[in-house]
Design a protein around this ligand. Structure first.
Ligand code: ADE
Length: 235
């Protein structure tokens, strides 16, 4: 997969793209992450990328020129046009299902905003898919892009050591993950449940399923409701 990030702060991605699972995926060639800075496409001596809003109001608005040119630069000479995603609190909500869908794409371009927002003609002219990571306002799309990249890259074939581990995680079956334990068997009086030491794989599997369901019921009953609705509609 190739991911282009359009950002005014490319330095933020240096450590991120070189660390942990994303870093490993980059080293292994499973994903290539390239940053393009719209400021490099600014059209004035001050390298401006934003301006005051028509009609007045607080803050600055990202201008069309540098963003259009940066997107056109990323699109040029490509066999596959990247799917353009704008990070914005106004977008559709990012979740595991959308991560799974986007992990099937070969080319993504993530457009990070900053300041008060985008000139509306960026939406109208570039027609991006708009994605939000939650109902709160970030200072910029970069942290949201981290979230998308992390959730997507770990789903790419071969990125997680054990192919089972992505399947087992929270949300992958519409449930939260069951509790996990490692050594020691007893830590400060808190013992590992006996069943996990029993060696009976069928029983352990049943226990985990039950725990996942109970935990989801307790913490996120909305997920079970979605599950039931999906079941009822034959999905
Ligand atoms: N940019 C600012 N806030 C955001 C959010 N909640 N999700 C995605 N991009 C954003």
């Amino acid at each position: 997969m190739r991911i282009d990030v359009l950002t005014l702060f490319p330095e933020l991605f240096d450590t991120f793209a070189g660390t942990s699972i994303v870093g490993r995926a980059v080293s292994a060639g499973s994903v290539e992450i390239t940053c393009t800075n719209p400021r490099d496409f600014a059209q004035d001596n001050h390298r401006s990328v934003d301006d005051r809003p028509f009609g007045g109001g607080p803050g600055m608005v990202l201008s069309c020129g540098p963003i259009f040119e940066a997107v056109e630069h990323v699109r040029s000479g490509r066999e596959v046009a990247p799917t353009l995603i704008m990070l914005t609190p106004q977008g559709e909500r990012f979740d595991q299902q959308l991560a799974r869908e986007l992990s099937g794409e070969s080319d993504l371009a993530l457009l990070c905003g900053h300041y008060e927002g985008f000139d509306e003609r960026i939406r109208l002219g570039l027609n991006p898919r708009e994605v939000s990571i939650g109902d709160y306002v970030l200072s910029g799309g970069e942290t949201a892009a981290f979230v998308l990249i992390d959730a997507i890259v770990r789903l790419l074939p071969g990125v997680l050591g054990d192919p089972e581990s992505a399947l087992d995680e929270s949300f992958s079956h519409g449930l939260l993950e069951y509790p996990q334990y490692t050594r020691p068997r007893d830590f400060r009086g808190m013992a590992v449940p006996d069943i996990l030491l029993s060696g009976d794989h069928a029983k352990m599997e049943a226990w985990r399923r039950e725990q996942a369901r109970e935990r989801t019921q307790l913490r996120r009953p909305d997920l079970l409701k979605e599950d039931d609705e999906a079941g009822a509609s034959g999905e």
